[in-house]
Design a protein around this ligand. Structure first.
Ligand SMILES: *Cc1c(COP(=O)(O)O)cnc(C)c1O
Length: 375
């Protein structure tokens, strides 16, 4: 099976991990700091704090910006559930804003959702395509809100010359196995605010500060959300290869673009020439006449060894969310969910793989098109 995304681990990565396994520190050693510095350098941010997952990183970021009972956060339903779950974990309420045709939050619809309880805006760079961060920052400034960018798909994406990671109050990255680079499980918050960084470190490690000799003091409630040394060593080794990974994904995406351009049954995302996408996903957007056969297309592609996936069921459609917030229906998010199908695009693929995927996808679309869903 050719998965929609997967990790690429080489001998250098393996040796970096083995070196740590033979060393004195499996945790709380120098590799975590080295990895943090390298990420901060790469995205051009002042501080980076790594965590054992992006979910922990989101929990920490929301906590240090003071999200608590009765606070509202405007966010997108087209994301992994962790984006909004961690708001709820702090007693806050996610307020879902509809998306645009590319799956990113519609910045023109945010302002109407802002109330006196709103604390922050949390956009997600879907598939790696940058959100309209300047417009979102302008809104946040006008209403005195924080912007926390969930860039779990977008390490290496940029807007003009600015890498994602330097444009919001805090930016989150994920190093889960299938994300742009991996530490197995892992995540990070980058921020230019030193006070946020200090609080993030406390939240990560029990809220304890060291004093003299054996004396330490727990000054705030914290967790154990630390990253291990071997995870950080893997991350550092992977980070050296990120540009190469993105180049490969970009080549595959461009090849797909040429094969699929102007297709009458589906479309693809276009990336503005002033922007760069990390190309975490390559989404196809099926026209409505294919919506009713998406399950058949999905199943048959899997049978043919092509591991497609759908990103994402709108978060508010999950039963937990329905129980707590009732029925929500945002028309573009619904439409996006019915249309979206992510096809394989990752650094382990060759152009021959991409050619095989494109041939199979094109055949499949023609095969099912005749059924003509009524809509
Ligand atoms: C993967 C992902 C997360 C969660 O990341 P973990 O590292 O698995 O905790 C959060 N948000 C988005 C948008 C993601 O894709």
């Amino acid at each position: 099976m050719l998965p929609y995304s997967t990790q690429l681990i080489d001998e250098e990565d393996i040796n970096a991990v083995i070196e740590i396994l033979r060393s004195s520190h499996l945790t709380q050693g120098p590799k975590v700091e080295a990895f943090e510095n390298a990420i901060a350098d790469y995205v051009n941010a002042q501080n980076c704090v790594v965590f054992n997952s992006a979910t922990s990183a989101l929990h920490a970021a929301y906590s240090v910006c003071g999200i608590t009972q009765n606070d509202e956060v405007v966010t997108t339903p087209i994301s992994f559930v962790a984006t909004s779950n961690m708001i709820i974990a702090l007693g806050g309420k996610p307020v879902f804003c509809d998306v645009k045709y590319d799956g990113n939050i519609d910045e023109t619809r945010i302002e109407e959702l802002i109330t006196s309880h709103t604390k922050a805006i949390v956009p997600v760079d879907f598939a790696g395509k940058p959100v309209a961060i300047d417009a979102i920052n302008a809104l946040a400034k006008k209403h005195r809100l924080l912007v926390i960018e969930d860039a779990s798909h977008a390490l290496g994406s940029s807007v003009g010359t600015r890498k994602i990671g330097s444009n919001a109050d805090m930016t989150i990255f994920s190093f889960h196995a299938i994300k742009p680079i991996t530490t197995g499980e892992g995540g990070a918050v980058v921020t230019n605010d030193a006070e946020f960084a200090r609080k993030l470190r406390l939240f990560r490690s029990h809220g304890i500060i060291k004093k003299q000799l054996w004396n330490s003091d727990m000054v705030s409630l914290g967790h154990n959300y630390r990253m291990s040394e071997f995870a950080a060593a893997l991350g550092l080794s992977q980070l050296h290869k990120l540009e190469k990974f993105i180049d490969t994904r970009e080549q595959i995406a461009r090849y797909y673009d040429t094969r699929f351009s102007e297709h009458k049954l589906f479309s693809t995302l276009s990336i503005d020439s002033s922007e760069r996408s990390a190309r975490h996903l390559y989404p196809l957007l099926l026209n409505p006449e294919l919506h009713c056969v998406k399950e058949d297309i999905f199943t048959e592609l899997h049978e043919k060894g092509i591991g497609v996936q759908v990103h994402y069921k709108p978060i508010y459609q999950n039963s937990f969310y329905k129980e707590h917030y009732g029925e929500i229906r945002l028309p573009n998010a619904e439409h996006f969910y019915r249309s979206e199908l992510s096809i394989p695009c990752h650094q382990k693929m060759t152009l021959e793989d991409a050619c095989m995927v494109a041939d199979t996808v094109l055949d499949m679309m023609e095969k099912y098109a005749y059924r003509g869903c009524t809509f």
